[in-house]
Write a protein that binds this ligand. Sequence first.
Ligand SMILES: C[S@@+](CC[C@H](N)C(=O)[O-])C[C@H]1O[C@@H](n2cnc3c(N)ncnc32)[C@H](O)[C@@H]1O
Length: 220
Amino acid sequence: MTGTSDLSSVRASYDTVAVDYARLLGTELSGKPLDRAMLSAFAESVRGDALGDGPGGRPVADVGCGPGRVTAHLAGLGVPTFGIDLSPAMVAVARRTYPGLRFEVGAMAALDVADGVLGGVLAWYSTVHTPPAELPVLFAEFARVLAPGGHFLIAFKSGDRRGRLEHAYGHPVALDVYWTPPELIAGLLAGAGLTETGRLVREPVGDEAGPQGFLLARKA
Ligand SMILES: C[S@@+](CC[C@H](N)C(=O)[O-])C[C@H]1O[C@@H](n2cnc3c(N)ncnc32)[C@H](O)[C@@H]1O
C-alpha cells in the first residue's frame, strides 16, 4: 500500500464539501455508541478521572477537526478542546456553528503549538488521507505537543488497502483513502513514544465500507 499525500487536493476537496459534510454528519455520533464510548474514555483520561494522574485541565487539540462536531462533543464532556484543520472552509463552518470554541487553519505535520503543552490530541478520521509511510511524521508531531502523561486517540478505517473517492457528500472530490491495520498504527505510535493503552475495532454501521478502528495511547 503506497502513495504520497496531496495536501492541496485534500484541502480543495474538503473546502468543496464543507457545508454539506457538516449537514450530513452533524448528528452521526448519536447513532454510534461505541465511538462515543471511546471519546468518553479519552475525555475521562485527559481529565484524570480514572487514575487521578492525568494532565488535568490542559487543552486538547482536535487535529483535522473538520466542521467541529467532535470538538464540540469533547467540549461537552468537560474537556477544553480547540480544533485545527487544513481546510479554511471547514474552519469557517466550525467557527459559525460553534462560536464559543476556537478553530484555526493549520496542518497536522506542523502544528502551531508549543512543545509539551497539551493534555490530549484527537485525530478523528483525519489521518485517513495520509499514506501509512507518512504517518510517523504526524505521530512525532502529536507526541511533541503532548505533555508528559498526555493522551492520544485516533479513529481510522481498519484494513489494509487504498481506496479512491471521486464523489462524496454530493460533490466531486479527489481523495485517496487509506485503510490501515491497527497493529501498524500501534507500532508507529510506539515508535513516536506513544504507548497503546487500548483499542477497539467495530463492525461497520450504516454505509461504512468496512471495520472501524479506534486506538488510545499515552505519552510516558
Ligand atoms: C474525514 S474528515 C474528518 C473531520 C472531523 N474529524 C470529523 O470527524 O468530522 C478529515 C478532515 O481532516 C482534515 N485533514 C486531512 N489531512 C489534514 C492535514 N494534513 N492537516 C490538517 N487537517 C487535515 C481534512 O481537511 C478534513 O476536514
